[in-house]
Design a protein around this ligand. Structure first.
Ligand SMILES: [Zn+2]
Length: 164
């Protein structure tokens, strides 16, 4: 059974976010559980990153497709909305990949306890040069999940994956 789970996780590691292809669904931390029933049905429980995010349909489709390709034909995908996904669930390697992709990764909600002490928008590190001398251009970047910032040092605009 554990071998099966490990195998399934290795399949899920090939499913990427359609909006951010460098991130797998394991990087995002949206896979909550796997249940293998006795009649070989696999239930995959995922938590949507953003409710109503159209990317979730594409992700569920990709999971099914990858599972079928691997020989698992009885696959059920269940969404669980509680507890709600937060950007804290994203793995450290996921955040690193995001930064290398040119999107500033979310700053942990837990570390934002200091939020009142400074204006967060001024302090998103630039994914290109690392400068914190950045400014918010728009609350909405290439998608509603991101905000558009610009670095004042290297002048590059960049997306910031918003916390929630
Ligand atoms: Zn920069």
């Amino acid at each position: 059974m554990n071998n099966t789970k490990e195998h399934i996780y290795s399949i899920l590691a090939e499913v990427t976010d359609p909006e951010i292809p460098v991130l797998t669904i394991l990087d995002l931390g949206i896979v909550r559980d796997l249940i293998c029933t006795q009649d070989n049905e696999i239930e995959i429980i995922i938590t949507p990153t953003y409710s109503g995010c159209p990317a979730m349909d594409a992700i569920a489709f990709d999971i099914k497709l990858k599972m079928i390709e691997a020989g698992f034909t009885k696959v059920k995908i269940t969404y669980t909305l509680s507890p709600a996904w937060t950007t804290d669930w994203m793995t450290a390697s996921g955040k690193q990949k995001l930064n290398e992709y040119g999107i500033a990764p979310p700053i942990n909600v837990s570390s934002r306890m200091n939020k009142l002490l400074f204006d967060e928008d001024e302090n998103i590190p630039c994914p290109h040069c690392g400068s914190t001398h950045t400014k918010l251009l728009s609350e909405f970047g290439s998608t509603a999940c991101k905000a558009l910032h610009q670095c004042m040092d290297c002048k590059e605009p960049f997306d910031y994956f918003k916390c929630h």
